[in-house]
Ligand binder design. Structure first.
Ligand SMILES: [Zn+2]
Length: 492
């Protein structure tokens, strides 16, 4: 077993005080909002900005985003979607072309103040449909130009909140937005749904965050879209968190932006379009879902460093320990391990630090371990420790990383599944909303009815699950005949 040198650990009271301040001081169950903020700040994922409503993404937070980008760029390539970049500023007149879109985004637009632009003010993009489709109108001529599939990774600005919830809500955030044009409705719808499936896979297989996926109601759909699909996670706070949307835009934008193509019979046709996006909010979902009272718990597949090696060093014996630790580091190269050989900190201090940063696996090695040719392997998600002979470390780490992913996903999935309560009447529905769970039941889909539900319970429709069978019955709120099952919940 590994041992900690006592004289170093109780070095001074100052150090233990430092340790205390450094750790997370609020429990997740006590005050999840404050706990969340501490985990993000102390885990060094993000920081507040001097400009209200904005956030700074620090390197450890950006590394997660980078992994998400790397993963999704492969998906884009498989779907034959190409990356490009469009301007940050959009003429106000572009927004006015599509009425619903203009109305939906009007409250969130921020304009650049310049005297010479007064005739047509320039807005900072809240999303890029309009500016991209202006170009598409010029580029698309014939059926040979289709499908046109373009994505951009960029920032967007939505002037809606002043209270930042790091990663979850801020005026500016990073995202990808895909914008494709198709000759047929069928191709467009197929890809719109394919993207939804890819988003679900990304959330579940990369981030270990289980999601609901389905269609949005009329009230909740994207302004200007024909149909909106979305994935949503469910946080331990009892709130649904929309993590990605995929919109079938129909032909509305093509008409107003004059996107036309000549088909094989030389006939002029209007194409079909979709747009879809995921954002840095994903990082917030990881924290909300998995982090604990000690700090971050990174899902192994998205963790930049999957292993941290902490040598337990005693004077006179540290050379051999360090040598072995370096050996192990080299052996585990593919997991990008950190070897924490700083001698100004005690092992205990280091354990706390890496636990707070959520590194999935910690390997401890001390002089006594060296004698028995073993190391101690510790899981971040469960805290479970096990000794393992040095020769088997590589194999075990690989196996453990997979086990950790599965365990984290299963725990979150069980929570999600057990939070969905089937309801048949409004009294039960109200109780479910009050108890911060998700209600699943028949709903008429009318915006008026949905507005009333929101007023009475603060619950909003989250999605219409696509794999759910239709069922004849009455709307849980207005009693109208209907056949569609919808999931309701509170949201951010
Ligand atoms: Zn109704």
């Amino acid at each position: 077993m590994s041992e900690e040198p006592k004289e170093e650990q109780t070095d001074s009271q100052e150090e233990s005080k430092k340790e205390e301040e450094k750790g997370i001081t609020i429990k997740k169950e006590e005050n999840i909002q404050e706990w969340y903020q501490q985990v993000v700040l102390k885990g060094e994922l993000a920081d507040f900005s001097p400009v209200k409503g904005f956030m700074v993404i620090r390197p450890d937070g950006y590394a997660i985003w980078q992994r998400i980008m790397d993963y999704f760029n492969i998906v884009l390539k498989e779907m034959k979607v190409k990356n490009a970049y469009f301007p940050l500023l959009i003429p106000e007149s572009f927004f006015k072309k599509e009425a619903e879109h203009a109305e939906g985004f009007a409250p969130e637009l921020a304009f650049v103040l310049r005297k010479d632009d007064e005739k047509d003010r320039l807005a900072i993009r809240p999303t890029s449909e309009t500016i991209m489709y202006d170009s598409y109108g010029k580029w698309i001529r014939s059926w040979r130009d289709l499908p046109l599939k373009i994505n951009q990774w960029c920032n967007v600005l939505r002037w809606e909140v002043s209270d930042v919830k790091l990663f979850l809500r801020s005026r500016e955030f990073l995202w990808q937005e895909g914008h494709c044009v198709y000759a047929t409705e069928d191709d467009c719808e197929k890809d719109t749904k394919k993207v939804l499936d890819e988003y679900k896979r990304l959330a579940e297989e990369l981030l270990a965050v289980p999601v609901l996926s389905g269609k949005k109601t009329e009230k909740e759909k994207f302004p200007g879209a024909k149909t909106t699909y979305a994935i949503e996670s469910f946080t331990p706070e009892g709130k649904a968190l929309q993590l990605g949307t995929s919109h079938n835009l129909g032909q509305g934008f093509a008409r107003v932006f004059d996107i036309q193509f000549v088909d094989k019979n030389e006939d002029e046709k209007t194409p079909w379009q979709n747009s879809w996006g995921i954002s840095t909010r994903m990082i917030g979902a990881i924290v909300m879902q998995h982090a604990d009272d000690k700090g971050l718990v990174l899902p192994p597949r998205v963790a930049e460093h999957k292993v941290v090696i902490v040598p337990i060093m005693f004077k006179g014996k540290d050379k051999a320990v360090l040598e072995k630790a370096r050996d192990i580091r080299d052996k585990l190269k593919q997991y990008n391990p950190i070897l924490d050989d700083r001698d100004e900190y005690s092992p205990g201090w280091k354990f706390n630090e890496w636990e707070m940063k959520g590194i999935p696996i910690r390997i401890e090695i001390g002089p006594r371990d060296l004698l028995s040719n073993q190391v101690i392997v510790v899981r971040r998600d469960t805290g479970q420790k096990q000794p393992i002979s040095i020769g088997n470390v590589g194999k075990l780490v690989n196996k453990l990383l997979n086990e950790i992913h599965v365990a984290m996903f299963t725990k979150a999935k069980d929570f999600l599944d057990s939070s969905i309560i089937e309801v048949e009447d409004f009294e039960t529905f109200e109780k479910v909303m009050k108890s911060k769970k998700l209600a699943k039941g028949l709903f008429c889909g009318k915006t008026d009815c949905e507005n009333q539900i929101k007023e009475k319970t603060q619950g909003t429709s989250r999605c219409i699950p696509l794999d759910e069978d239709k069922k004849q019955g009455k709307c849980i709120h207005c009693n109208a005949d209907c056949d569609t099952i919808i999931i309701f919940g509170k949201t951010y």
